[in-house]
Design a protein around this ligand. Structure first.
Ligand code: MV4
Length: 480
């Protein structure tokens, strides 16, 4: 095992990785921007290095500086977390050239899955079902004929896109030309690559993903699925495992296909294969995320594995410790993403100082957070403050524990998504498990874009507002 690892990230995921390292007896090296001098991940690490000003491109995205930190500190490996450098094949290659282990898949697998046209080609060849669409990127003159073959409605997607970035829904052929020009322009601006392809739009489907683990010797297993259909503008708000729509037989079929997808690109380490699951229980490969994901914790809760420790072991050259038959999911887990956003105002990113913080607890409650009282929340970075995960023997128990934990949770000084989640825990369709990727949008009044919290619910939150104000006043008096 490694003796020392650099954690090339911040916030809750840096803290999560630090904990896994310390459990394995690995010394930890944090990197931080000027804005994060007082952050939790800096306090918890054995060593910490400043790598630049607040802007991510001058700090957390500076792969060269992070490799220098690994060299200077004598670390053997870099864990990138998610975001920033996690899915950057160039960074994985640069680590290898510097003699440092990248805790993640081979650069070749990142590159193959990062190019969505190449990924579709590889998946089709391996017998993985893909959404009907074009097999190559499109030349301008080809689009009308190609669209005719694919059928409407369809998505124009950027070859270099992913995660919902660079997609455009087209309802009929007279919208095609304009949409193509816009899609190319946006793709060029966002990715420096204007290649696009077409996919038939699968409507009313669920977004279900399979977690896989692979070692460096060709062994691949899956850890079951996560249901991720509760999203807004392609940001997931809540995930659960298992999916209310997946039974043991379907899990086995989807899992086997996900393993095949990983094998087709000689994958190693942890990864996630995303599928659309339609009402007929047909499923289609969407993309593979070649990194640790935000929502990995719910899979840990139902399988009992520690995915980050497994990542470190695999990167250190150890074989997988589990066979497929050893993986037996137990119970139900839910994650609510606690973000610094105002759900009463179109989920506008919020900033402010956390003046009071009360984190929930109790049986089956896990809080992965990168925050503490006194921390200044800026809009420089991703708005994720914490992940609240509950586990129960049944889905109902997990939901009740979540509702209670959300009632206990108090973050004072910055708006958060907590009121949205409190509302969701009482929503009839959610309680029935009867939802898909269109549910939030369909039920949302246009003016608040995806959050149907009605006026009476807002009233119901008044006592909370008074309590918060009371806490603030109390604190103020005590200081003076
Ligand atoms: C789709 C799709 C339907 N049909 N592709 C969004 C995230 C990225 N991984 C791919 N995504 C989708 N791709 C085809 N051909 C539906 C989604 C999708 C989605 C679309 C609109 C609104 C919310 C969504 C939530 C999850 C997935």
């Amino acid at each position: 095992m490694f003796e020392k690892v650099v954690i090339a990230n911040r916030g809750e995921i840096a803290v999560r990785i630090l904990r896994a390292c310390r459990e394995l007896g690995i010394r930890t090296v944090a990197v931080y921007s000027e804005a994060d001098r007082r952050a939790l991940h800096v306090r918890y690490a054995d060593e910490a290095y400043a790598i630049g000003p607040a802007a991510a491109r001058d700090s957390y995205l500076r792969g060269d500086r992070i490799i220098d930190v690994a060299r200077d500190s004598g670390a053997e490996a870099i864990h990138p977390g998610y975001g920033f450098l996690a899915e950057n094949a160039g960074f994985a290659t640069a680590c290898a050239e510097a003699g440092i282990t990248f805790v993640g898949p081979p650069a070749s697998a990142i590159a193959a899955m990062g190019d969505k046209v190449e990924a579709r080609r590889r998946m089709k060849a391996a017998g993985v079902p893909v959404v009907p669409g074009t097999d190559t990127e499109l030349r301008d003159g080809e689009i009308l004929a190609a669209a005719g073959r694919v059928g409407f409605p369809l998505f124009i997607k950027a070859a270099a896109g992913g995660g919902g970035r660079g997609m455009r829904l087209v309802g009929q052929d007279d919208e095609l030309q304009r949409a193509l020009e816009q899609a190319r322009r946006e793709a060029m601006k966002a990715f420096g690559d204007d290649r696009v392809y077409l996919e038939k739009a699968v409507q009313g489907a669920r977004h279900v993903e399979i977690q896989i683990l692979a070692d460096g010797e060709g062994r691949v297993i899956h850890l079951g699925e996560r249901e991720c259909s509760i999203q807004r503008r392609h940001q997931k708000l809540l995930e659960e495992a298992p999916s209310p729509a997946v039974d043991a037989a379907l899990r086995q079929r989807m899992g086997a296909i996900a393993v095949r997808a990983a094998e087709a690109v000689d994958y190693a380490n942890a990864g996630t294969v995303e599928f659309l699951l339609d009402q007929n229980h047909d499923f289609y490969f969407l993309e593979m995320n070649t990194r640790l994901q935000v929502e990995h914790g719910i899979t840990e809760a139902v399988t009992g594995l520690d995915i980050v420790k497994e990542q470190l072991r695999i990167a250190a050259g150890e074989p997988l410790r589990h066979r497929q038959a050893d993986i037996r999911p137990l119970g139900h887990a839910i994650e609510c993403r606690i973000t610094a956003e105002d759900p009463f105002n179109d989920f506008l990113p919020a900033s402010g100082r956390i003046v009071r913080l009360f984190q929930p607890g109790g049986p089956g409650v896990r809080v992965d957070a990168g925050i503490q009282e006194g921390l200044e929340i800026s809009t420089f970075y991703d708005s994720l403050l914490a992940k609240l995960i509950t586990w129960g023997e049944t889905r109902d128990e997990a939901i009740r524990r979540m509702a209670e934990a959300l009632r206990e949770y108090r973050i004072v000084g910055v708006s958060t998504s907590i009121p949205f989640h409190r509302w969701l825990m009482g929503d009839a369709a959610f309680l029935r498990g009867d939802y898909d990727t269109s549910t939030l949008q369909a039920r949302a009044p246009a003016q608040n874009g995806g959050f149907a919290l009605a006026e009476p619910d807002r009233e119901a939150n008044r006592p909370l507002a008074a309590l918060v104000a009371g806490m603030l006043n109390h604190g103020g008096r005590r200081r003076t």
